[in-house]
Design a protein. Structure first.
Length: 426
């Protein structure tokens, strides 16, 4: 038989359910970096992503609503082919740093049932991951809990990224996230305010994805990510490895979109790394007009802050957030704004028209998932009389229940550093 035909047949057979096969060998060296992205509709859609060290010809996700652990892969009734695969861009210094050449894979799971556990394994050719699971959001629920944090780009006690393989504080924060999910299984997602690695090169992201595995719970639960884009996420490695797929209109490259968690709770992710005016501004205005009346809770998240705790208030990019977006947030009565980039813990007083006002918007942030913490300027007017600014590694927990949102900043030792409540405007 023609050798090409033999190779073709072998590839076709790879990843296919086989009768009478033994349990497939899992090899974490060959398929790894499990992660899930949520975009617009987390009740019915999830993007399952991973890395392989070899160029798999066939890449699939097998899934079901019940566990098939310790069973043959052909016992899963459903599978979906990866719809985006490719070689991860590497430069000489990536490979010199010791990270391997690798491939990205992304698979859209659609038509999922809401409020449901999904168990899954992914494979590249005949190498399978262990079984993991995630939970889709419930449209009808009037309760929701998610985590918010940003800035995980380095994790040592100095500002410079001396050894991207170490990242002790980032690892500690990821372990904390797994613990929080184990203690509070109602947590549905991690909203990430960006600046993942020192840059989006493979030598940074490879270790970020390794460390991200620490957020997986002991029983294999993967917490979906809702991502924004930061000033350290500009290289092609970001678009290769953090894929949003087909979100509405032209937003997939823009990394701005609305996540409708439930029928009454939504989060708008914006992108401070592209034009804040122009098309994004028009989209935001249209989305707010549509979404404000339809939701009890409407939040926004983006990387660079309107009300910074560390960097100068008058910096041009922060002034642009205040010029273009804040008036829309105020016009439509956003409930809370989530910001990152500064590397500190902050909560502003409610702000309206650039002044303290009990009817205004609170801005929280701003980046504490392991990056070295800076000293904020706590004397700024928006931190006085009820605001807060300090140096603290942290992740925020947001608990929505009916008309109340309980918001807590959890420190690296699983301690509540700061908490407050707000009531819905509707
Ligand atoms: Fe940043
Ligand atoms: Fe940052």
């Amino acid at each position: 038989m023609d050798i090409k035909l033999v190779v073709f047949l072998l590839l076709v057979l790879a990843c296919q359910p086989k009768k009478n096969t033994v349990i497939e060998k899992t090899n974490s060296q060959k398929v790894m970096h499990p992660r899930i992205f949520w975009t617009e509709n987390p009740a019915n859609h999830a993007i399952i992503s991973w890395t392989s060290l070899e160029d798999g010809a066939i890449n699939k996700v097998y899934f079901d609503t019940i566990s098939h652990e310790n069973k043959k892969v052909d016992s899963y009734p459903f599978f979906s082919d990866a719809n985006s695969n490719g070689k991860i861009t590497t430069r000489k210094d990536d490979l010199e740093s010791g990270v391997p050449n690798a491939y990205f894979h992304h698979t859209d799971l659609t038509d999922l049932k809401e409020g449901t556990k999904y168990y899954y394994r992914f494979c590249s050719d005949s190498t399978f991951s262990p079984e993991y699971y995630f939970i889709t959001s419930s449209k009808k629920s009037n309760e929701l809990t998610f985590l918010y944090g940003g800035d995980s780009r380095s994790g040592e006690d100095d500002e410079e990224d001396k050894d991207p393989a170490i990242h002790s504080k980032r690892k500690a924060m990821n372990q904390l996230i797994a613990t929080l999910v184990e203690q509070n299984p109602e947590i549905m997602a991690l909203v990430h305010g960006a600046d993942y690695g020192m840059d989006a090169s493979w030598k940074s992201l490879y270790h970020w994805f390794n460390d991200h595995e620490l957020t997986i719970t002991k029983d294999g639960r993967v917490l979906p990510l809702i991502i924004s884009r930061g000033n350290h996420d500009h290289e092609i490695g970001f678009t290769e490895n953090f894929r949003l797929g087909t979100v509405t209109e032209r937003n997939s490259d823009g990394y701005y979109y609305k996540t409708q968690f439930t029928d009454s709770i939504a989060l708008i992710t914006l992108n401070t790394e592209t034009s804040m005016a122009g098309y994004q501004y028009k989209w935001l205005k249209k989305e707010l007009e549509k979404s404000r009346a339809a939701n009890k809770w409407l939040l926004v998240q983006y990387h660079k802050p309107a009300y910074p705790a560390v960097k100068p208030f008058d910096r041009e990019d922060f002034a642009r957030v205040r010029k273009y977006w804040v008036p829309l947030f105020e016009q439509f009565g956003i409930d809370l704004a989530l910001e990152s980039d500064g590397h500190s813990l902050k909560k502003t007083v409610p702000i309206l028209k650039n002044k303290p006002n009990p009817k205004g918007i609170i801005y929280i942030g701003e980046g504490g998932l392991g990056v070295p913490q800076r000293t904020p300027d706590s004397k700024r007017w928006y931190f006085k009389n009820g605001g807060h600014a300090s140096s603290n590694h942290h992740v925020w927990m947001l608990k929505f229940k009916n008309n109340v949102l309980k918001t807590s900043a959890i420190g690296i030792d699983n301690n509540v550093v700061l908490d407050f409540e707000i009531k819905s405007k509707k």
